[in-house]
Write a protein that binds this ligand. Structure first.
Ligand code: SAM
Length: 181
């Protein structure tokens, strides 16, 4: 199952860090890439690109002009649309269904208030608890559950650096690009 993210209503000034963190969490936790609807903020794309260059993988960042067209196209391509919202159905109640259907997912996270149209166009409106919190936290927990904790074991192709986990201190090794092939 592949998962892509749609970040809605990005505002360059207010959301720069949070949208970048959605991308970083998406990349680290197994999503393939992130579409952004809102301000075309190249700083977000260049931050993620730099992380890819050092730590590997090919997580994409693409700006879209119409979120409705993206959702329509995703549905035509057989993807399931998931809107993460505190108003939705708790994830544990729908997780088995998502896994059994085994379709690629487009996961929506908002910034400011998300219009009702998004709820109506989504196949699932899913909550990570029914309290307001953060798109970064919601995305992390959603990906962790969908991919069964695979972030703990994930390797990234063409990484230049890799961390060797330590009980104390920091150890980073330099890799040649062949080490993950
Ligand atoms: N009240 C806003 C709304 O209309 O959805 C919440 C905005 S919140 C700052 C930004 C995003 O975080 C939401 O669009 C949603 O994707 C995510 N989010 C926040 N709390 C959530 C929760 N409990 N469950 C799932 N997603 C959540």
């Amino acid at each position: 199952m592949k998962v892509e993210i749609l970040r809605l209503f990005h505002r360059a000034e207010r959301d720069k860090r949070v949208t970048t963190h959605c991308g970083l969490v998406g990349r680290a936790f197994g999503a393939s890439g992130m579409y952004i609807y809102g301000d075309k903020d190249e700083k977000v794309a260049s931050s993620i690109k730099k992380v890819n260059e050092t730590w590997g993988g090919d997580f994409f960042v693409v700006f879209v002009d119409s979120w409705k067209s993206l959702i329509k196209e995703a549905q035509q391509n057989g993807k399931t649309i998931v809107n993460l919202t505190m108003y939705g159905i708790p994830l544990p109640k729908v997780l088995d269904r998502l896994k059994t259907e085994n379709k690629d997912l487009l996961v929506i996270v908002g910034s400011e208030k998300v219009p009702i149209d998004v709820y109506m166009h989504s196949d699932y409106n899913i909550s990570i608890g029914n309290q307001p919190h953060s798109e970064v936290a919601a995305l992390a927990i959603f990906l962790d559950r969908v991919f069964d904790g695979s972030e703990f074991y994930r390797e990234f192709e063409n990484a230049k650096l890799k961390i060797m986990p330590q009980e104390k201190g920091k150890k980073i090794i330099q890799l040649s690009s062949n080490d993950f092939k």
